[in-house]
Design a binder for this molecule. Structure first.
Ligand code: UDP
Length: 424
């Protein structure tokens, strides 16, 4: 059922520590020393696509750089029973509260897959087991040993569909610790001492987070239709009502009255073609932007020709004078983190995830209405110094709290707590 994920990048401990704060660097080295040679096994659904795979692609090499023997196994789709991933997708949505019907046989298959995964895990030597998300979750129940086991739940379980949660909770209880990415996502059935929160982080060593000089980034955008002249406002995010792209268009139109020539790029590439909701939101924004020579929308990845979504996104973030993340609802909002790390002045929306990152007036601005967003845009576009000050503070705040070495430290602390350290 499982396949090992190979060909991960190599990073050195020196590179990693270059992005850690002094205190964190010291603690990472100390913990890693006591965990050296320990085998940590991560299991998730897929080696490609989605936030969990993104994190593991970075985290596993980071752990290895410090001598922890981290391995990553994902499901081999060819071996999963037919309909299994359809079921787990519905389960994922049900755990986030969507009303969903399940058949008794589906729960039986879910458990059977868990048994098989457990049988395979019994054959892979490890000291700590780390399981991510609902697909492999039942496995812990069927393991033949009681080695430390950790469950990562990357979704919001506060109001799950009761039936689905009733099936899943007994499996969740098999884990020593459950880790969430946001304290607001923790279901009340999980007691305080059994969960903890690791906030998200971005990998400063990933191509996606590269810093590119603004002029070079603007040149990159020219073949995609965005001229080099005029300031550029950017929002990168899926076309989703909670990201409020139409509010960005409205505010941009007001701000532009005093900042003529300014351009707006809304970038929300649709990776999978099966998202009717995104298409609807995109079509609505397209109608709003019709006939506007200063507004540029990016939705269909076909326009990318030789480039990739990752490269284009990284470039447009670097090209921006001001980045907007106008979210009404957002667990965290990595797009804000990514722009802040690139030293950009960011105007965020009222969502709680954004307010975890932006302190109004210190390292960015928060706007809670179209009028406020318009005023913030105008302020940022006309005051170059304010922009530079907020951008510099933004980068520093990300360096302190939201880079991968901090997440590595969170992991090391937890492993250390759960395993007996190797004495040197
Ligand atoms: N993203 C991208 N190109 C796009 C839209 C999104 O590369 O056109 C990336 C973005 O850079 C970020 C992730 O997708 O890394 C979105 O994460 P976020 O937490 O902001 O929002 P989510 O989509 O998970 O709600």
């Amino acid at each position: 059922m499982l396949q090992k994920v190979e060909d991960l990048k190599n990073v050195s401990s020196k590179e990693v520590l270059g992005y850690a704060t002094g205190e964190h660097a010291k603690e990472i080295e100390e913990l890693a020393k006591s965990l050296r040679g320990k085998r940590v096994l991560h299991i998730n659904a897929t080696p490609q696509g989605g936030g969990v795979a993104e994190i593991l692609k970075s985290l596993i090499p980071y752990l290895r750089a410090f001598g922890v023997e981290a391995e990553w196994y994902a499901f081999d789709p060819a071996q999963a029973p037919s309909g299994f991933f359809g079921f787990t997708n519905r389960l994922h949505n049900a755990l986030q509260g969507e009303p969903t019907e399940f058949y008794q046989e589906e729960w039986a298959t879910y458990e059977r897959v868990g048994q098989q995964v457990a049988a395979e895990l019994d054959e892979i030597p490890h000291d700590v087991l780390v399981v991510h998300d609902p697909q492999p979750l039942p496995a812990a129940r069927f393991l033949s040993h009681k080695l430390p086991r950790i469950l990562f739940i990357h979704i919001d379980t506060v109001n799950p569909q009761k039936g689905a949660w009733g099936h899943v909770l007994p499996f969740v209880e098999e884990y020593d610790q459950v880790v969430f990415s946001n304290e607001e996502f923790v279901n009340s059935h999980i007691s305080r001492e059994r969960f903890r929160v690791f906030q998200p982080a971005i990998d400063p060593l990933a191509a996606k987070q590269r810093m590119v000089p603004q002029e070079e980034a603007r040149s990159f955008l020219v073949p995609f239709g965005i001229p080099r002249e005029g300031s550029l406002v950017v929002q990168v995010s899926r076309f989703d009502i909670w990201k409020n792209p139409s509010g960005v268009v409205e505010a941009f139109r007001i701000a532009r009255q005093n900042c003529p020539g300014t351009k707006l790029a809304l970038v929300g590439f649709q990776e999978a073609k099966d998202n009717p909701e995104a298409t609807k939101v995109y079509e609505r924004v397209k109608v709003m932007a019709q006939g506007e020579k200063d507004i540029f929308l990016f939705f269909d990845p076909e326009v990318l020709a030789g480039s990739s979504i990752g490269e284009f996104t990284m470039m447009v973030q670097n090209a921006a004078d001001v980045v907007v993340q106008n979210s009404i609802r957002e667990g965290f909002g990595l797009t804000a983190t990514e722009a802040m790390w690139k030293g950009k002045a960011v105007v965020g929306g009222p969502a709680s995830g954004i307010q975890k990152q932006i302190i109004r007036g210190e390292n960015g601005l928060i706007a809670v209405s179209v009028e406020e967003l318009a005023a913030s845009l105008e302020y940022m576009l006309t005051d170059k110094e304010a922009r530079a000050r907020l951008g510099t503070a933004a980068k520093e705040s990300v360096r302190k709290s939201f880079l991968m070495p901090r997440l590595l430290l969170d992991h090391l602390r937890l492993y250390k707590e759960l395993v007996s350290p190797v004495e040197n």
